[in-house]
Every structure is written in structure tokens, then in C-alpha cells.
Design a protein around this ligand. Structure first.
Ligand SMILES: [Zn+2]
Length: 251
């Protein structure tokens, strides 16, 4: 909802920053609806008996932790599947933080310039301001260290559900995906989504990227929970993977 106009450049000021949507398998989606989905990542909350897992943390333009912790009403752990601003911007706000060791280095040193934030998050993609008087350049990244690192084969146990960690480089050296075998749910962040890549194409390491996509293809995935543009089913996953591998291998 938008209720007023900032007087600086006529962008509206958002009343509510996050939308919340519930999906099967006890998974919630938090989305920063006033940023184009190309320029901000989706935040997934996987609800467990003993702990809720936050998969990616958005831009951090508005701290997501209080809302997530209120919804969870139990301990919360936040994992970032890659170290870019649109997934890791809110990560420092959580007290339990997971990432891959190779991305930890980036999360401990990143800033808006090195992360090329304003190539993506700019006047065209930001549709409203979080507070009156806000300016685009007010956005900054807060560095943080993980409380634990995770790597290929590790299991995140939420009490009644277990997610296996996959190390899937190609965009970020420490890129991760999460696979829940019992539900057939795969969380892919920037490694696989159904929509425009824009400046994020081609991926940083095309060979590693294709190898990671092939790993996804071999899993009995039922539904993909990606980093942008919303979820999709297995059939669409196969189409996207085959198209992207063909594009990169021909190019
Ligand atoms: Zn992204």
C-alpha cells in the first residue's frame, strides 16, 4: 500500500514494505513489492518444528528480521545462497547467519560500489521509498560474518524437516542451493529463475554454471523456489535449464 508522496522526486512512500504469501509445504514468501523483481531477491521462510529457516534476506532496505521473527515465534536461522546485495542485504540483521565459506569473504568486505548495486537498484527499479525523505544513495550494505559456514552435503535440520546443502558455483564462488527430498522442493536463488537476467547475463563462470544446472536436472525436483520472479514446477525447470545450457554452450 502506498499512502503519500515524498517531496524529493515524487516517488511514493510505501506504507507496507513487505508482502507475505503462503505456499504448500509450509513455506512463506516475503517480497519487497516496491522494487522491480529483477532488482531484488525473494525471501523464503521454511517453517520447521524447532526452527524456521530464512532462505535469502532481500535488499535489507527495510530490516526483515523483526517481521520474520514475529511470524516464526521460534528460533530463526538465515542462510544466504549467494552474496549479492539483493539476497544478502538483510542478512546482518539476523543473529544466526549461514553462508558458504567462499561467499563469507565477500559478505565481510562488500559495499555498494564493489557490488555494483546502483546498476540494478536505481530510479527505474525502485518504485517507492521506505520512508519520507529517502534518497537512493541512502542505501548501504552492512558487512557481517557468518555464525556458521555450510558446504556441499551438509544438512540443515529444522526438527521435522531436513534440507541438504548443495554447493553450486557459477554466479557466486560460494553459491548454494537447498534440496528437500521429502517435499521435492529446490531453493535456487540466482542460479535458476524464470525471467529476465538483464545485466546478470552471462553468468560469471559459464562452465561451472552449466555443471550446476545439470545437477539440478538430475534431482527429482517437483517445485523450484527461486531467487526472483516466483516459483515454478519441474517441467518449466527442465525447459529453462536446457535453454540456458544451449545458449551458453553455443555462445
Ligand atoms: Zn538476484
Amino acid at each position: 500500500m502506498v499512502d503519500s508522496r515524498s517531496d524529493q522526486n515524487l516517488k511514493p512512500v510505501a506504507d507496507l514494505w513487505y508482502s507475505i504469501e503462503a505456499f504448500e509445504s509450509n513455506i512463506l514468501l516475503l517480497r519487497e513489492t516496491h522494487i522491480d523483481p529483477y532488482a531484488v531477491g525473494d525471501i523464503w521462510i521454511v517453517r520447521g518444528r524447532d526452527c524456521d529457516l530464512v532462505v535469502d534476506t532481500g535488499s535489507g532496505k527495510v530490516n526483515p528480521a523483526p517481521l520474520v521473527e514475529t511470524i516464526a515465534a521460534k528460533p530463526v536461522t538465515a542462510i544466504v545462497l549467494n552474496a549479492s546485495y539483493d539476497h544478502a542485504g538483510g542478512w546482518h540483521n539476523f543473529s544466526e547467519r549461514l553462508c558458504h565459506p567462499l561467499d563469507a569473504v565477500m559478505l565481510e568486505t562488500f559495499d555498494v560500489e564493489s557490488a555494483e548495486v546502483f546498476d540494478y537498484l536505481n530510479d527505474a527499479t525502485l518504485k517507492a521509498f521506505p520512508v519520507a525523505g529517502y534518497q537512493l544513495t541512502d542505501y548501504s550494505l552492512t558487512r557481517a560474518s557468518p555464525t556458521h559456514t555450510v558446504d556441499e552435503g551438509d544438512v540443515i535440520d529444522l526438527g521435522d524437516r531436513r534440507l541438504r546443502v548443495m554447493h553450486v558455483p557459477g554466479r557466486s564462488p560460494g553459491g548454494l542451493a537447498l534440496w528437500e527430498e521429502t517435499s521435492g522442493c529446490l531453493f535456487t536463488s540466482d542460479m535458476l529463475y524464470d525471467g529476465d537476467h538483464g545485466l546478470a547475463w552471462p553468468p560469471e563462470d559459464p562452465v561451472a554454471y552449466c555443471a550446476s544446472l545439470r545437477r539440478f536436472r538430475e534431482l527429482p525436483v517437483r517445485r523450484v523456489y527461486p531467487g526472483h520472479y516466483g516459483l515454478f514446477e519441474r517441467e518449466r525447470m527442465i525447459e529453462i535449464i536446457d535453454t540456458e545450457i544451449a545458449l551458453l554452450e553455443q555462445g
